[in-house]
Design a protein around this ligand. Structure first.
Ligand SMILES: NC(=O)C1=CN([C@@H]2O[C@H](COP(=O)(O)OP(=O)(O)OC[C@H]3O[C@@H](n4cnc5c(N)ncnc54)[C@H](OP(=O)(O)O)[C@@H]3O)[C@@H](O)[C@H]2O)C=CC1
Ligand SMILES: CC(C)(CO)C(=O)C(=O)O
Length: 323
């Protein structure tokens, strides 16, 4: 049986690990951000849509501690870690296929530059969030599509079979790029507007003005997608945004959680990547709303990392950030 190596012991990586182990597959979890941990078993509980709880114990070690990886490699880290993770995999002389389970445009680039292996891209139609140190709440919305971005198309169905379970479903698609664009445009709206308004994902189906702003951003980004040869219509993206807004009413987007906890965000692979692509077009496209929202989100993240503190009675202080 082929081992599935999951890099990134976060909300998505853990949900995938439990779904695979409880279906009888072989899994090793590789920590992406830590290389100082001894190998040890870890028990993870998964709360799924039907309120059923699945539990699995799996080996957890660090990416740097393992030797050559012979199996299927799944990348479930945050995308800003990709250059470092791709380099660490490259140092192992690795040629196992890689599947990238991340949001964002161009997130596969670091792996394509570092590896000759087959590289697949998945667009996640699921939400997953930690409930405690051992427990994750996971909700699949639909089977997550996987498509080839580098290498031989013949392996796609085998890769999907290796990852697909009833708990965390996947499906093969011939062309993943339109799906990547649609989801990235949706992320460019959710992951900037919600953190800036300090509100939950439901705002677009509740508030007409928020939906009007979302539609303007979507129109800007769809024009860039179409000029880049991607078949995508604004109406379909707006409908999908509204579905997600209704389904995740009350939930806080990951970017807002990242900002509140002083962590980096993935906004560079959403708004800012679309801005870069728009600039390279001949003639260049202007995506002013998308760009401004991306820049404000980046700035908010930077300020939170510098630990600006807003005291309750107004006036701002800057806390001492001596490391
Ligand atoms: N959660 C969700 O509902 C959804 C998530 N996604 C996407 O899935 C991907 C994974 O997200 P999610 O699991 O929620 O994220 P989490 O923050 O829960 O986990 C991400 C993992 O990334 C690793 N990581 C973070 N920083 C670094 C670093 N500097 N170097 C190396 N590794 C690092 C850590 O792995 P370790 O702990 O092993 O060190 C961390 O656990 C993201 O691209 C996200 O946008 C898409 C749709 C929905
Ligand atoms: C757009 C959304 C909210 C859909 O799950 C998402 O991608 C996320 O949770 O990061």
């Amino acid at each position: 049986m082929n081992t599935v190596y999951i890099v990134g012991n976060g909300a998505i990586g853990r949900a995938l690990a439990v779904s695979l182990i409880t279906a009888g597959r072989q899994v090793v979890m590789l920590r992406g951000s830590r290389d100082d941990l001894p190998a040890r078993p870890e028990t993870i509980r998964l709360e799924t849509a039907e309120e059923t709880r699945l539990e699995a114990t799996l080996p957890v070690t660090s990416l740097r501690a393992v030797g050559r990886l012979d199996g299927l490699i799944v990348i479930a880290t945050k995308s800003y870690a990709n250059p470092t993770v791709a380099l660490a995999l490259n140092e192992k002389g690795n040629d196992s296929p890689i599947v990238i389970l991340q949001n964002g445009l161009g997130v596969e680039r670091a792996f394509m530059e570092a590896h000759n292996a087959d590289i697949y891209r998945c667009v996640l139609f699921a939400t997953s969030q930690p409930v405690s140190d051992e427990q994750v709440r996971f909700r699949p919305v639909a089977a997550s599509p996987i498509g080839l971005v580098q290498g031989q198309a013949g392996g796609l169905h085998t890769v999907v079979e290796q990852l697909h379970t009833a708990t965390f479903p996947f499906r093969a698609v011939a062309d993943i790029q339109p799906v990547v664009w649609q989801k990235t445009i949706i992320n460019s709206v959710f992951n900037s507007v919600c953190p800036l308004l300090e509100t939950d994902n439901g705002v677009f189906h509740r508030e007409e003005r928020a939906l009007a702003l979302a539609t303007e951003i979507i129109d800007e980004c769809v024009a860039v997608a179409q000029a880049s040869g991607i078949r995508l219509e604004s109406r379909a993206v707006v409908d999908n945004l509204l579905q997600i807004s209704r389904a995740s009413d009350g939930q806080l987007i990951s970017t807002l959680q990242d900002i509140r906890q002083g962590r980096k965000t993935e906004i560079d692979t959403f708004n800012q990547e679309i801005v870069r692509i728009a600039r390279r077009l001949q003639p260049a496209y202007r995506v002013t709303r998308t760009q401004l929202l991306g820049e404000l989100t980046e700035l908010k993240s930077e300020l939170s990392q510098k630990q600006y503190v807003m005291p309750p009675a107004g006036g701002m202080t800057i806390s001492d950030h001596t490391p």
